[in-house]
Structures are given as C-alpha cells and as structure tokens.
Design a protein around this ligand. Sequence first.
Ligand code: NAI
Length: 386
Amino acid sequence: MKIGIIGAGAMGSGIAQIASQAGHEVVLTDLSEDVLKTSASKLAKIMARLVEKERVTSEEAKAIQARINRTTDLESQRDCNLIIEAVVENMDVKINVFNNLESIVSDDTILASNTSSLSITSLAKNCRVSNRVVGLHFFNPAPLMPLVEIIPALQTRDDIPTLLLELMKAWGKSPVLAKDTPGFIVNRVARPFYSEGLRILDEGLADVDTIDTAMREKEFRMGPFELMDLIGHDVNYPVTESVFKSFYYDPRFKPSITQLKLVEADWLGKKSRRGFYKYEEDGTRSFFKIDSASDIRYSIAERIIAMLINEAADAVFWNIASVEDIDTAMTKGVNYPKGLLKWADEWGASKVINIIDSLAQHYGDGRYRVSPILREMARSGDKFYS
Ligand code: NAI
C-alpha cells in the first residue's frame, strides 16, 4: 500500500515518518519547497538519534528516509492508495485539496483527514466520491503518541474503518473508533480539564500553581495551566470555542474570558514567554500568587476529576465511542494517568454525583449536569467494566 501525505508541517512530517517506519512507500507533498527541506532535515536528525540509541540500525534509518518521496507536485500522489491530509485547519483549504486530488487519483483511493475539529461528514459531502472520505486523527507528536482516532463520516464505506483499524495496529498505534461529533473523543472529554481549572482560578479559589500542583499530585503529567501554556492559547482557545459553538452553546463547554484575554494580549504561553506563567530567561517561571486554604488542593483535584469522569460517562451515554475506546483515547492520546471510566468504577458513581450536584446547587448553572448514565449506575450498582 502506497501512502500519500499532504502538508509537511508538524503533523504531516510525523505521519510520513510513521508510515515509512512501517515499511510503506510514502509521497509527502507541500506547497513549499522550504517546508519539505526542513521536514527532511528534521527526520535526518530524529533518525540519527534513533541510531545512536540503537533503536534502529543505520541501514534501517537510511531506508526509512529513502522511502519518503518529497515533492510540491500533487500529480505524484497519483498511485497512492491512502492519502492523509494534514494541511491547515481550514475547511475550504481541505475541500480544495481533496477536490484537486480527486481529479488525479483513482476512485478507490481513500482520502483521510487529520482534522482536530472539522466535520468529516461536511468534508465528504464536498467530494465527488463521498464514501471514500474518513477522519484519521493523530496526536502530537505523531511518532510518539500511540492514539489514532478513526472517524467515519455518515457517508463512509463500511469497509474503510475496519481497514484503517488493522492498518493503524500494523503501524504500532492504538486506534479507536469515534462518532463524527464535535471534538471526537479527546477534544470533547478533555474540555473540563481546562475549563474547570479556569473556573477555580477565576473565582480566586486558588492560583495557577496550586491548581497545577493539585493535578500533578493525582499523577497527571501536567496541570491545566502549564499544559495550556505549552499547547499555546492560540490553539487551545479556538478548540474550546469551536466545541462550544458546535454543541449549540451548551454551558458545559463555555470558554473562559480569562483565556480570551491572553489570546488578545498575544500572551500565547511558553512560546511567547508569557501566558498564565511568565517564563524567565533562566528557565524559572513566576505567577500571580494568591492565598488559599491549605487543604484546597485535594478538593480542587477531586472537582476537576469528577467533571472529567462526567464528560467521559456522557460520551458513553451519547454513543460517541465504546467504554474501552474512551479510556484508551485519554490514556494514549493525552497521557491521563488512568482511564476516566475505570476511575469512575473505582470511585463509584455516587461520589461523582455528589460532587457535581453540590456544584450545581452552589452555582445554579446548567454547566454542572450529571450524566444520566451515572445516575442510572448509582441506582443499579452497575459499573462500566463488569
Ligand atoms: P502546520 O502548520 O505545521 O503544517 C501545515 C502544512 O500544510 C504547512 O507546511 C503548509 O505549507 C501546508 N499546506 C497548506 N496548504 C496546503 C496545500 N493546499 N497543499 C499542500 N500543503 C499545504 O500544521 P500542523 O500542526 O501540522 O496541523 C496540520 C493539521 O493537523 C491541521 O488540520 C491540524 O488541526 C491537525 N492536527 C494538529 C495537531 C497539532 O497538535 N499540531 C494535532 C492533531 C491534528
């Protein structure tokens, strides 16, 4: 199977590397010669490091690089069987890329999109052969993160998700199936990690460092503020905004004005040396301190985790994905210390319900709504994993 990749930025280059490591001939196309050159030199560095660490032999490293053909000529995609686009996150640009490809490739070629937020069904509708279009969502950095979300559109041929599940396993990935709904699995279920942290900050209950520390104590690799600073507010805020709009302004997904202000100030996080933290020349970081009760970290972490579990449970309730796939998505895509539904079983549904109901009573806000599936479980004693 010959693999085509469109867009040689961070994601396209990473996906090309994975496909080539799995033994495929790869054609990597970008508009810019310079981008293609940078992509090649970055891969050369990565391969040199892997040889040094004895993860691959120098012959293998050479072969992996040689299997990737880089070109600005879209015609070179002609005999690819699967083409994955990773161009900018813009529906019109993506439709244009797929339409151009459709005039070149055979009608059997699968056209996959690495989009994080756009509707696969709309993308498919705008293609001549709609039933070959599918979502194939990798996580950054693609060669290191095992998760791949496979998202069939309404129109997608039945055999394509199965074929991609097998292919992704052969590439050493952990694929999951997700319904074509806003945010798919990860970008939906992870929203409370950021938004609940922001609520706690906005209310002045604790400062960013206290909240981050609380989550690290629960074995998350990073807390919400250091993670948002790392992702960049220009990336994280629009995802929150897009999920909020796509869910018809459900208060559960409401973005934070505090984060909007950072975007407006161009304080985009670590890359601009200023976000929630200020990053000093010497590698240290400072933040605006506020006094909070000494035992607050425990209740902060429980509140954020309860909201995450509720979101994951609700994704089960709405048939977005299976219990196993939701847990795989959060552990293999964003490194959560534990599957959220496994966590729900350990805590018991009643604990989550008590935390969220008391927040609902306190705020009187539609944002704190317990998923019906948790109430049902509390009544029946059922668990996600029996
Ligand atoms: P990027 O900006 O690093 O790379 C995009 C590349 O596409 C650029 O090199 C650009 O020259 C090229 N390009 C633009 N229009 C093109 C066209 N018509 N034909 C050929 N090449 C074209 O972007 P990045 O971060 O790699 O993201 C790509 C896609 O992957 C987006 O849809 C993004 O939402 C998605 N994604 C990004 C993740 C991330 O963390 N960066 C994670 C998962 C998905």
